[in-house]
Design a protein around this ligand. Structure first.
Ligand SMILES: [Fe+2]
Ligand SMILES: [Fe+2]
Length: 319
């Protein structure tokens, strides 16, 4: 005879097996009441990270506003900030259906504990750096949200990302257009673009975290919250970013192998750590544990940029 807790565990396992069978049969889950504890936890974690990392773009993009060369560029940056607030808002509204308070997650979290990528904590030094970041990093971010729109087993999450992805595509196309413009404008702007690419390109390649063979948790893929693994997304980005660079005549540390059609990095240690004070990469290969530790330490604006989010009315009364 089984104990009550063993019976409860069996019921839970049966429920997980049943939802997995529906998901693997290609069914889209529509009803919140159908979510099992494990499936629900993965969705919550994915949404929390996604919504919070959207707000980390706000203070970063604001540093670009100060260095924008003209009113058109300033308007473009304001548009980006508005869009990113919207991305946090749309994913935040979905997150609230899980019983969380998005205002707290976005604007009242411990400033030292924001989930972010350190590049969002480095001030933008010139406008070329901003458009290069859009060209390469909005392109990187969009693969993560596009995967969910196309493949997520939880249907409401797919719908939430439709407009988000439309805007992310707009951001990286805007950045690509102006990257090409500054690359070809004068020798001086060309140098600004090249320096920015040297700094930004590795952030795109490091965007997706550990390679698949070093990653522990397959649950996101198992429950089809996403379908593309880290390696898959990184390869998609590398192909897209390298094709763009080749098309406009921009040097990046990557190439397409003409015989196999595969893309690979060249002259770029991977993974590597950055030096927050020097505002540069170390340009030396390291271990993933060291790289992840370095990324968690964040950039020079952390935690001040998140304290600022909380002091000012970026999102006050938004939710
Ligand atoms: Fe976004
Ligand atoms: Fe964006």
């Amino acid at each position: 005879m089984s104990t009550p807790s063993a019976t409860a565990e069996q019921t839970t396992n049966d429920a997980e097996e049943a939802i997995l069978a529906r998901i693997h049969a290609g069914e889209l889950i529509e009803d919140m009441d159908d979510l099992t504890p494990r499936y629900r936890a993965i969705l919550e974690r994915t949404l929390e990270i996604a919504a919070q990392s959207e707000v980390t773009v706000l203070t970063w993009a604001y540093t670009a506003f100060r260095v924008a060369p003209d009113i058109g560029a300033k308007v473009a940056i304001c548009g980006t900030i508005q869009d990113e607030v919207g991305h946090a808002h749309q994913q935040g509204m979905l997150f609230e259906r899980f019983g969380f308070d998005m205002q707290k997650v976005a604007f009242e979290a411990d400033p030292r504990k924001y989930w972010s990528l350190p590049i969002m904590e480095f001030p933008v030094r010139n406008y070329a750096e901003f458009v290069v970041s859009q060209a390469f990093l909005d392109r990187a971010g969009r693969f993560t949200t596009w995967d969910i729109e196309l493949n997520c087993s939880f249907a409401p999450y797919r719908r939430t990302l439709k407009k988000v992805n439309f805007e992310e595509a707009y951001h990286f196309r805007h950045g690509s257009m102006w990257t090409e413009y500054y690359l070809k404008q004068t020798a001086e702007t060309r140098k600004l673009v090249e320096d920015a690419v040297r700094w930004i390109f590795p952030w795109g390649y490091h965007w997706y975290g550990r390679p698949d063979d070093l990653k522990g948790y397959p649950d996101q893929l198992n429950y089809k919250v996403r379908a593309w693994s880290n390696d898959t997304m990184r390869n998609k980005w590398l192909r897209s970013a390298t094709d763009f660079a080749d098309r406009v005549g921009l040097d990046v540390p990557a190439e397409k192998d003409p015989s196999t059609g595969e893309y690979r990095i060249t002259d770029m240690p991977y993974p590597m750590t950055f030096d927050a004070e020097k505002h540069d990469w170390e340009w030396q290969e390291t271990t993933w544990d060291r790289a992840i530790g370095n990324f968690k330490s964040g950039g020079p604006m952390r935690p001040a940029c998140y304290e600022r989010l909380q002091r000012e009315e970026w999102g006050d009364r938004l939710w």
